[in-house]
Design a protein around this ligand. Structure first.
Ligand code: ATP
Ligand code: MG
Length: 280
């Protein structure tokens, strides 16, 4: 009996083929190659159809849609969108206690001795929310969506460049209510994306950077991390009110919602678009 070759399976996988095809058996290699060609042709046809549909009707990739749905939900909740630089200073990073001793520090892309590509949005958001609170004297609700960069050992769920949507509210809840608020926000976000309640889990975890965190998991995959203050980092940033924030990984969310196994299909890419390979 013959099974598909490694190269054939790679191609079928790239074309979003059913993982069960790996188990298919054939009388001989001729029959196998025939089956491969037939399957490949069908999958290519499907991918082309999906791309045509994107270009003619949908005009927006699933990742872009996920980002937009969350943005719309946040704006409906009174959040304001901010845009801050992708390049940040060493000092900003150090204030997150991401110094040479922290594990994230090995994942930072340095541009030169003083500047790097942001691995997270939190440093910039700390500054902006503090200043907006100082100016208005009111609670502040802001969010940013944009690229973050981390040197990763490139598993199926990590990319070096990914899109984070981070929302944060400052001085909006009483001390002691942060975890409840985090859970409320997480549930609302899932509702805004149409994720049924039994399809995700809220998991409380300890993190070296954020203290206690509430993660959102879909099929065991972390798609977002929420954290709150008062927090040991706050005084460095001149922040003294309660805050609650969640960072959503847009491609992780899209991957999980598409029941896909590979994140790179949904990230910034010149080889994939909207989950479909371009080499078809
Ligand atoms: P993980 O443990 O999965 O590496 P993390 O806890 O380090 O993620 P956070 O700092 O909590 O990540 O970032 C918030 C969200 O950003 C994560 O929940 C995830 O959805 C997404 N994310 C983090 N790192 C990556 C990456 N390298 N590629 C794609 N998405 C990522
Ligand atoms: Mg996390």
């Amino acid at each position: 009996m013959e099974k598909f070759t490694v190269t054939q399976l790679e191609r079928l996988n790239e074309l979003n083929g059913d993982p069960n095809t790996a188990e298919m058996e054939f009388a001989d290699s001729v029959e196998r190659d025939q089956a491969f060609r037939k399957l490949e042709k069908e999958l290519v046809r499907r991918s082309r159809g999906a791309i045509r549909d994107l270009l003619s009707d949908r005009h927006m990739t699933k990742s872009a849609e996920v980002g937009q749905m969350l943005e719309q939900w946040l704006m409906d909740q009174g959040y304001t969108k901010v845009m801050t630089p992708t390049i940040i200073t060493k000092e900003m990073l150090a204030k997150m206690t991401i110094d040479e001793f922290h594990h994230l520090s090995e994942q930072v892309f340095w541009l030169d001795k003083k500047r790097c590509l942001r691995p997270m949005l939190a440093p910039n958001l700390y500054v902006v929310m503090r200043e907006l609170k100082r100016i208005t004297g009111e609670p502040v609700k802001i969010y940013e969506i944009g690229s973050c960069f981390r040197k990763e050992s490139q598993g199926a769920q990590h990319m070096n460049e990914f899109t984070m949507l981070n929302c944060v509210e400052l001085a909006a809840v009483k001390d002691g209510e942060q975890v409840d608020e985090l859970k409320r926000l997480a549930r609302e976000a899932m509702k805004a994306l149409g994720v049924p309640e039994d399809s995700y889990e809220l998991v409380v975890e300890e993190s070296t950077v954020y203290g206690s965190t509430v993660d959102i998991e879909i099929n065991g995959i972390e798609v977002a991390s929420g954290s709150y203050g008062p927090h040991f980092l706050d005084s460095q940033w001149g922040v003294f009110d309660t805050w609650v924030g969640i960072g959503f990984g847009i491609e992780r969310l899209t991957m999980a919602l598409s029941e896909s196994r590979t994140i790179k299909r949904y990230g910034r890419s010149i080889t994939f678009i909207d989950g479909q390979p371009l080499n078809i």
